[in-house]
Design a binder for this molecule. Structure first.
Ligand SMILES: [Mn+2]
Length: 339
C-alpha cells in the first residue's frame, strides 16, 4: 500500500482529531461492513471520542454476523438526536446512496469516506479508496497502525471477520500477500479464527439450507453453460420460512458449478406478493477477471466490484432480468475472447 501511505496518514490524523463521530456502512451490511464499523467504533471510543454506530435499516442483520461483539450497540433506523453535529464516517460504501439515509448525508457537517470499491463516487470531504484492498477492514488495519493504536483482541476479531469474508476466505484475487500478513497479525493479537470461521460458515440456519435447496431447484444455465441463474420468489422465502437476511453468500455456490463464469441470483422481497413485474435484488459473481459484473450491475443502477456486484431492480420480471443478463454475458464473453 506504499502509494496510499500519505492518504492513510491524512485519514488517520483526521480521525484522531474528531471528537463527535457517527460511523455507518452500506445497507444490507455484510461482514466487512459490520466488522469495519465495530472495529473503528471500538478504536475511536477507546481514544476518548464520542462515537456512535448507525445503520439506516431496522431489519435484522444476517445471522452470520450476530456473533460480532458490539452489534447490539448499533443504532438502527432513527438517527441519534445530535447527528448534525457528528462527523459521518462511511465505511465500505461505494456511494452516498448506499448509506440509505439521504438526510444523514445532507446534514452531516463532514464526511470521511473509507472504502475499497473501485466504483466509489468519492462523496466525502476526505476519501480513502483503496481499490486493490481485499476489504475495508484491511484498510482500517493500516489506518489504526498509522494512528499508533494498539489493536485489541476484540478489534482484531472484527477486522479479521471483514477480511475473511470479503476475500472469499482468502481465495479471491484481492487476497494479496498483504492480506495474509494482516490476517496473521490479527490472529496473533487474539482473533480466534476457528471460532469466527464456525460462526460465519458453519452455523447455517436450517431455513437458509432450505432456501438454498430452492435456489438449486430453480437453477438454469444460459450462454452455453457460462451463466448460471436462479430466481427466488417471495413464495420460496415463505416455503423455506426464511427472511431476506438469509441470502448472504448463496450466489457463491452457483459460481462453483463447472464451466460457469457468471452466477446470478435474482430474488424478491419475501414480504412482496408475486406480481408480473416486481422489485428484485440481483446478486452477481464472476469467476473470471475477463468478465466484469460490476459493469453489468451498473447498467441496472447498481455497483460493487468487478467480480462481485449487485443491484436493485424495479418494474422488470425475473425473465426480463435473465434475458438482459444472458445478453450482457454473451457480449462480455465474446469481447474477452473466451471460449
Ligand atoms: Mn467490503
Amino acid at each position: 500500500m506504499g502509494s496510499t501511505d500519505r492518504a492513510l496518514t491524512t485519514v488517520a490524523e483526521a480521525l484522531a482529531a474528531e471528537t463527535k463521530i457517527l460511523i455507518t456502512c452500506h445497507v444490507n451490511p455484510d461482514g466487512d461492513a459490520l466488522g469495519s464499523v465495530i472495529a473503528l467504533h471500538l478504536a475511536l471510543s477507546s481514544l476518548g471520542a464520542d462515537s456512535v454506530m448507525y445503520l439506516s435499516q431496522t431489519d435484522p442483520v444476517a445471522p452470520e454476523w450476530c456473533f460480532l461483539g458490539g452489534l447490539k450497540q448499533i443504532i438502527k433506523g432513527d438517527l441519534p438526536a445530535d447527528y448534525q453535529l457528528r462527523t459521518l464516517v462511511a465505511l465500505d460504501c461505494g456511494s452516498a446512496e448506499r448509506i440509505g439515509n439521504e438526510e444523514l448525508v445532507k446534514s452531516s457537517p463532514r464526511i470521511i469516506n473509507i472504502d475499497h470499491h473501485a466504483d466509489n463516487t468519492r462523496f466525502g470531504e476526505i476519501n480513502l479508496v483503496v481499490n486493490g484492498a481485499s476489504s475495508t477492514a484491511e484498510i482500517l488495519f493500516f489506518i489504526m497502525q498509522k494512528m499508533g493504536f494498539d489493536i485489541t483482541a476484540e478489534i482484531s476479531e472484527a477486522l479479521y471477520t471483514g477480511i475473511l469474508v470479503d476475500s472469499g476466505r482468502f481465495q479471491y484475487a484481492s487476497a494479496s500477500p498483504t492480506t495474509f500478513r494482516v490476517a496473521a497479525d490479527l490472529i496473533g493479537r487474539g482473533a480466534r479464527h476457528t471460532d469466527i470461521f464456525r460462526h460465519v460458515y458453519e452455523t447455517v440456519p436450517l431455513a437458509k439450507t432450505r432456501l438454498s435447496c430452492r435456489m438449486f431447484d430453480h437453477l438454469s444455465l444460459a450462454c452455453d453453460g457460462r451463466l448460471a441463474v436462479s430466481v427466488l420468489e417471495a413464495e420460496d422465502f415463505r416455503q423455506a420460512a426464511a427472511g431476506d437476511n438469509l441470502t448472504e453468500g448463496l450466489v457463491d455456490s452457483l459460481r462453483a458449478i463447472e464451466g460457469v463464469i457468471v452466477a446470478a441470483l435474482i430474488y424478491a422481497k419475501p414480504d412482496q406478493e408475486k406480481a408480473e413485474a416486481s422489485s428484485y435484488r440481483l446478486s452477481l459473481r464472476s469467476s473470471s477477471g475477463a468478465v466484469n459484473v460490476q459493469r453489468i450491475a451498473k447498467a441496472k443502477g447498481g455497483g460493487g466490484h468487478p467480480q462481485a456486484a449487485g443491484a436493485s431492480i424495479n418494474g422488470e420480471t425475473a425473465a426480463q432480468i435473465t434475458e438482459f443478463l444472458a445478453d450482457r454475458v454473451n457480449r462480455a464473453i465474446a469481447r474477452a475472447g473466451l471460449k
